[in-house]
Design a protein around this ligand. Structure first.
Ligand code: GDP
Ligand code: ZN
Length: 299
């Protein structure tokens, strides 16, 4: 029997919708033995399917996953679009740094998106300073307004390959951005989308939708993504490796340097010289002490 490879784009009541490379969506059931082995199937899974005579399909194999994001469950994610609002709610850079660390730890490419840039008023230099700090650190930063439809072309280009999920506080404009990015028929607004998504039985459905004008650019319609806990096994020693700009500093005297109280620290020297953003370094120290306090508790 000939098998075809596809991606799980949604799943409802025991059925899964599989997208084939040509864009066709096939409604599939998992083969009985997959259920027996308790193999869960998640949105984003790459699977092999066979066809039944009625045109529906049977999921035969689930391929190895590159990563897994919980609540809502989604796998094989390539990018996380971290959405912040310029105002309402005010942006929180400690939260941003935390999410950048979490994304990199999960080996998922983070992108930074400042929404509600129409509320910038005369704070352009304040935004420019933040943008510079993160751009110099090696991240892509986008400034958009979902309501004014500005900055969207650059953002679309960055999402045109792979699967992207959005993350960020409630109210920053994730649903509004989704509506801008997707064609009318997929778009759902505010309360309505939330009700549909939760369904009658408070089940949360996740879908992966193809972005228009792209062959392999997908976005998950999960405006609920909001992971802020560093993984439980996260160590103080590994934190610095998720600050790409630290790698450009001169080597520290101690290989195990946490760039805090140690003497002859290349990172601290680079901060003093203005080569590493002072504020981001201060927030690094905040996260470092949080991890250290946690390590003391669990020792
Ligand atoms: P979510 O909770 O992240 O999905 O945020 P929503 O998309 O529901 O947006 C929350 C509120 O912010 C809504 O009232 C939107 O109209 C508003 N909003 C979204 N994007 C923008 C924007 O670019 N500028 C302004 N001024 N308001 C926006
Ligand atoms: Zn150091």
């Amino acid at each position: 029997m000939e098998k075809q490879q596809g991606m799980v784009v949604s799943g409802y009541g025991g059925f899964y919708q599989i997208r084939l490379p040509d864009g066709q969506i096939v409604n599939c059931k998992p083969r009985g033995r997959l259920k027996k082995t308790f193999s869960k199937i998640y949105v984003g899974d790459r699977v092999a399917i066979s066809f039944l005579s009625d045109g529906s399909g049977m999921i035969e194999d689930i391929h190895q996953r590159r990563n897994f994001l919980p609540r809502p469950n989604i796998v094989n994610v390539d990018q996380i679009l971290i959405v912040l609002a310029w105002r309402m709610p005010a942006y929180d850079l400690l939260l941003l740094d935390r999410m950048l660390v979490i994304a990199q730890k999960a080996a998922i490419q983070p992108l930074i998106c400042f929404n509600k840039i129409d509320l910038l008023d005369d704070n352009i230099s304040q935004y420019q300073k933040i943008k510079d700090a993160y751009t110099r650190a090696g991240f892509s930063v986008f400034a958009v307004s979902a309501t004014q439809n500005t900055g969207m072309d650059e953002l679309r280009a960055a999402l045109s390959h792979g699967t992207t999920v959005m993350a960020g506080q409630s109210g920053v404009g994730k649903s509004s951005l989704l509506n801008r990015l997707l064609p009318e028929e997929n778009a759902e607004v505010g309360d309505v989308s939330e009700r549909l998504r939760r369904g009658r039985h408070t089940t949360r459905y996740t879908r992966i939708l193809q972005l228009p004008d792209s062959n392999d650019g997908f976005i998950a319609d999960t405006p609920g993504f909001f992971i802020i806990e560093l993984p439980a096994d996260f160590t103080a020693e590994e934190l610095a490796q998720y600050y790409p700009e630290f790698a450009t500093a001169a080597p520290c005297r101690f290989e195990s340097c946490l760039h805090h109280r140690e003497p002859d620290c290349g990172v601290k020297e680079a901060v003093a010289a203005g080569e590493i953003d002072q504020d981001r370094y201060q927030r690094y120290l905040r996260l470092l002490s949080e991890i250290q306090e946690r390590e003391v508790q669990y020792r």
